[in-house]
Design a binder for this molecule. Sequence first.
Ligand SMILES: NC(=O)c1ccc[n+]([C@@H]2O[C@H](COP(=O)([O-])OP(=O)(O)OC[C@H]3O[C@@H](n4cnc5c(N)ncnc54)[C@H](O)[C@@H]3O)[C@@H](O)[C@H]2O)c1
Length: 263
Amino acid sequence: MKISGRTFVVSGGASGLGRACVRDICALGGHAAILDMNEELGSALVQELGGSQAKFLPCDVTDTDSIAGAVAAAVAWASETGKPLGGVIPAAGVGFPGLVLDKQLRPVSLENVDLVLRINLRGTLDLVRQVLPHLGAVEPEGVDGERGVVVMVASAAAFEGQMGQVAYAASKGAVAAMTLPMARDLSRFGIRVVTIAPSMFESNMTAHMSDKVRVGLKKAMEFPARPGQPEEFASLVRQAIENVMLNGVVIRLDGATRMPSKL
Ligand SMILES: NC(=O)c1ccc[n+]([C@@H]2O[C@H](COP(=O)([O-])OP(=O)(O)OC[C@H]3O[C@@H](n4cnc5c(N)ncnc54)[C@H](O)[C@@H]3O)[C@@H](O)[C@H]2O)c1
């Protein structure tokens, strides 16, 4: 799938990994609809990109009507600009930690579990399912008749969740597990599904980590012994969009890091 001349829907596109994807898509001549709750960061990004290649659409991915409104606006924008939808990158996510049982013998709160699952799992699936009917209706491209790409975001926690990551690991493990059945369901439409599972990347989500945690994390890293940069994540998303042979797969992006129990 060519990025140039296409519109991509990016949730969580106002910050971190999603923002790097938005910048990359626009640099390659595509358009990006930024669906996010953070209007300040989203609008600043649209300005940075010159105002015409990206559009900020306020959206809370836990609210299905909010997604519906934002998707409808993205589809209308794609039609106005003549750049049909090319894919969706549901990158909105949160990492609220919580031990399944704490030292005071209190089990993790269901509010915590529900919120993490609502944003990371239900929010991902709901956005994808609402974009899909529009992707399924675009003109197929190239010899393979490709219509679009779904690039989901899991995490190393899908495989090696650390202490306090029960809810987060459940949400990301579920995203990883959805990848193959979704690809199978969508193959008849020429729509591919790729999931990326990053280890620690620099972003707002990880900016507040203590020095102790950062030092511990470095010890768990092989090569390179540093957190990933959002641009390195965006570069793999670009490949996932452009390389038609990537489908139904979860790709670890982690420099061989395997997370220990705690840092
Ligand atoms: N940074 C890492 O180390 C890392 C590692 C593995 C996976 N991830 C995943 O990558 C994705 C992006 O995370 P990031 O590191 O860029 O974090 P980030 O905090 O920089 O960006 C997340 C964005 O999601 C938005 N968001 C949060 N809740 C939302 C909601 N309900 N509706 C709409 N938007 C919402 C936020 O406003 C923010 O702009 C997440 O799914 C995260 O779990 C991150």
